[in-house]
Design a protein around this ligand. Sequence first.
Ligand SMILES: *Cc1c(COP(=O)(O)O)cnc(C)c1O
Length: 383
Amino acid sequence: MNRPIYLDHHATTPIDKRVIDIMLPYFYEKFGNASSIDHVYGNEAVSAVNKAREQLAHDIGCHSEEIIFTSGATESDNLAIFGVARILKEKGNHIITCVTEHKAILDSCKQLENEGFNITYLKVNQDGEINLKELENVITPKTIMISIMAANNEVGTIAPLKQIGLIAHKNNILFHTDAAQSFGHIPLNVKELSIDLMSISAHKIGGPKGIGALYVSNDKPLVKIMPLIYGGGHEKGMRSGTLNVPGIVGLGEASRLAHEEMKITEIKLEKLRNKLYNGISSQCTVKINGNSKNKLNHNLNISFENIDAKALINEIKNELAVSTGSACNSNDVKPSHVLLSLGFDEERAFSSIRFGLGKTNTEEQIDFAITEIIKAVNKLSNL
Ligand SMILES: *Cc1c(COP(=O)(O)O)cnc(C)c1O
């Protein structure tokens, strides 16, 4: 068994070997620019990009013209938030989001506040869920967009997307969702869910880093956005810059595999996650953070009674790779904003560990992980 065993798949995932294989030719033999339409090199790149675009569209139930390739979910979130805000600012200056969002959303919203926008940050309950009544109550005639993540990257809570979409559309408001964690793990049909913009990332589902997409509805409603990057007018002018062809090919293939294998993968992940939880909780006192049922199958976020999470992670770091929370905050000494938003005190936040399971994890690895965690907890308790 290779160690440390990787149990931090919310931060990133290893690239699936099949995805690498399909990407490789696009670095060298088929290196063309997807904007070069005058020769075979360009044409090969164009058809590879088209194929990936159609694959993604198929997997989320939209048209291929509605997919804008970006550098990842951070850029997609920025493009959605600023893109909509800047184009609709005459219509209204109010956006509704939620306290447990990823920093890519929260920091974009903070910047919009500096630019004169009003942002409502919905609170969540102990399970990490927003209150739909409250959502309806905070809508004003100036509200232009609701941005609520599809599933939380720390505690895995899945949002009631369909209900949020209905509320948004009933009030003529756009609905954006950051689906970086849920894309490829739960079915996301954007039309059925009334989603108007959706951010996705390749590296959370066995694809390469630095590539993602923003779905932007092009019919009912026709959504217009202001670009963040100007240049050659790529991606219908919404995102200029030579397309990352190998990355796009990788994203398309990672999406295809994730969706075709979703049923089997999710059964496996749920089983492994439950095994991990049962193994740990039968031998020491832990509490689940977030809703224990309505959550991503590969997520387990638990607090250990009277244990400092950093000390525990340090104790097991040669055996297991886990984290306290969001990878973007890992150098912070601040407690997780998500866990505090769930109503927990700093002590509970500082005693929490996030496990993110992946499709390559095995039962044997989970057995080993349980043993190592219990050993470390016992050692730290006896200090
Ligand atoms: C990982 C993640 C992001 C950032 O995605 P990148 O592609 O790494 O920029 C944004 N939102 C959520 C919820 C994430 O989990």
